[in-house]
Design a protein around this ligand. Structure first.
Ligand code: ADP
Length: 550
């Protein structure tokens, strides 16, 4: 794949392809007794070690071969975070096939579209999704068989699915005598579709090389800082950007892994964190809202949990303050996207910041952070001209690097790069120290009288009000100013605030023209398949809303 010139004097080091199978080999050889603990959808807990996982992943690789799966074939999963899902991560990619993780929260029609587009040969699924598979099976044209990820005793006696196999039967009838094949590290390893808020979902096709490099880069101290003394619980699902690469980076770091299965509510998570001594976790802000509220309402503290990475959408400063100041949990604010495997930047301080007052440090931590080595970034104006890193000028954020997409699967959407850079669709500032801060997604930014209003800032301020649980800001058409901000707010249970009081709360915190024109209190906000607020739905819903200033 390399199109770069060769030197007349080449280095004389071993050339070994960077393959995903080597990560599990390493974990099983060097951390054989380190545990993987899973809350199963069957209701009980399952525990085993990296050594056991290695045996079962190789058995499953043999099972895939006997099913006729060959290099490059797509094998899909519809599954929660658990040990069987991880076995497939290694068995499928390790044997040279391509793991296609499907997001079960997508609409069934979209699931069938994705399975057909990927031409999935087999589809492995958790018990929870049996009704979903029964609904979509007939529409998944390329799938030769569906595999229920459970034991024989859970197999349905009466089902519409004609070609249904049992995971544990496949496991039991296969030998662990399996040698991972060696092949070009640029071969495809896994496939993940973006949620497709507009148009059909598009596939990001990761390679072995990009996955291994991302695992290295994301485990580094200035990024997620995972080590063999950690116990890691990925709340971020394995069906969304490979759980931010944790099923790879945790193994190459030798940390203990805890998988929460389907129970992602505050109480279940809190109990699992305590029972297994979790030290580090990762998830989107909406998940932390549940866990933080549960802990605070029940006056609970964490005994071992000390660090979490929050990303996927902006971490509200109020949430960061609560986690650090009240629950003693450090927050790493991270940014990335499906097209970036996903990690791009991670927050943290540099030694020169350590003497700063707490409030100044917090301002730095609130930014989306510093580029991880392996990711290059820049901001540009509408004409593509590079903008200064002064922390104030905002522009379109572009990235490049060895774990960033060069084109979508099957070249959907055509050429996506601009002069070799990937346009992220985000608007950001970068300061002189290299800290990036997202202002907005370009499609969410509000254009008022030729100026931009960043919705994330407005939401963050609203969520710092003690009576506000969640807030979303959208642009509403305005006859004079094009668009004006409308703020939608969910109140905290038992708390009250009026529209006027909330608007007063913004006084002095923003430029006057940023002031929301209206506030509407709502019971819920629509979230999509990845737990993010769906602003496109809100824009549709409030399209005709008459602003007091209009
Ligand atoms: P989608 O939501 O389209 O499926 P992703 O899940 O890959 O795609 O999300 C990527 C987008 O999420 C980014 O482009 C950015 O807009 C947003 N995002 C991710 N992390 C953050 C963050 N820490 N702060 C603000 N926005 C974020």
């Amino acid at each position: 794949m390399s199109s770069y010139p060769m030197s007349p004097l080449m280095g004389q080091m071993m050339s070994q392809p960077l393959l995903i199978s080597s990560i599990l080999d390493y974990a099983a050889k060097h951390y054989p007794t380190t545990e993987i603990v899973s809350r199963r959808v069957e209701g009980d807990m399952h525990r085993y070690t990296y050594r056991d996982c290695h045996v079962r992943a190789r058995k499953m690789a043999n099972a895939l071969t006997s099913l006729g799966v060959t290099m490059g074939d797509r094998v899909a999963t519809l599954a929660w975070n658990g040990y069987r899902h991880m076995e497939l991560y290694y068995a499928v990619s390790g044997s040279g096939a391509v793991l296609h993780t499907i997001n079960p929260r997508l609409h069934p029609e979209q699931i069938a579209y994705i399975a057909n587009h990927a031409e999935d040969q087999y589809l492995f699924f958790d018990l929870t999704f049996l009704p979903l598979i029964e609904a979509v099976a007939a529409h998944c044209k390329s799938v030769k068989a569906f595999v229920l990820m459970a034991g024989r005793e859970r197999m349905p006696t009466d089902t519409k699915i004609a070609n249904l196999l049992c995971y544990e039967d496949l496991m039991a009838s296969s030998s662990d005598d399996y040698q991972w094949p060696l092949f070009d590290e640029n071969s495809a390893a896994s496939l993940c579709y973006t949620s497709g808020t507009t148009g059909n979902p598009k596939g990001a096709l990761y390679s072995h090389r990009s996955t291994v490099l991302h695992a290295y880069g994301s485990a580094m101290p200035n990024a997620l800082n995972v080590s063999a003394t950690d116990t890691v619980l990925p709340v971020v699902p394995m069906f969304h950007v490979n759980a931010w690469g944790l099923p790879y980076s945790v193994l190459l770091s030798g940390a203990k892994m805890v998988y929460p299965g389907a129970a992602l509510d505050g109480k279940s998570l809190y109990e699992l964190f305590e029972a297994e001594g979790v030290t580090f976790s990762a998830g989107v802000p909406t998940v932390w809202l549940g866990l933080v509220n549960y802990a605070l309402e029940n006056k609970l503290r964490f005994s071992t949990f000390r660090r979490t990475v929050i990303g996927g959408s902006a971490c509200p400063p109020a949430m960061m303050d609560t986690l650090i100041d009240q629950l003693d949990v450090q927050v790493i604010h991270a940014w990335g996207m499906t097209e970036m495997s996903p990690l791009g930047t991670a927050g943290g301080l540099q030694s020169k910041h350590l003497s700063l007052p707490k409030a100044a440090q917090r301002k730095i931590l609130q930014k989306q952070g510093h580029a991880v080595y392996g990711v290059d970034m820049k901001i540009v104006d509408d004409d593509g001209k590079e903008l200064p890193w002064d922390g104030a000028t905002y522009g379109h954020l572009l990235v490049k690097g060895p774990w960033i997409i060069s084109s979508y699967f099957k070249n959907e959407g055509g050429d996506v790069l601009q002069d070799g850079w990937f346009p992220t669709g985000d608007v950001a500032t970068i300061d002189a120290d290299g800290y990036m801060q997202i202002t907005d997604r370009s499609k969410d930014v509000i254009k008022s009288g030729g100026e931009w209003i960043g919705t994330i800032d407005l939401e963050n301020i609203a969520m710092a009000h003690p009576a506000v649980l969640q807030a979303a800001c959208i642009g509403i058409a305005h006859p004079k100013w094009d668009e004006r901000p409308l703020l939608l707010v969910i109140k905290r249970p038992g708390q009250d605030v009026t529209r006027e009081d909330l608007l007063h709360y913004f006084d002095g915190k923003i430029a006057r023209f940023w002031m929301p024109d209206d506030v509407i209190f709502v019971e819920a906000l629509p979230t999509g398949a990845t737990g993010k607020i769906q602003k496109n739905k809100l824009r549709d819903q409030y399209k005709g809303h008459l602003l007091p200033t209009a």
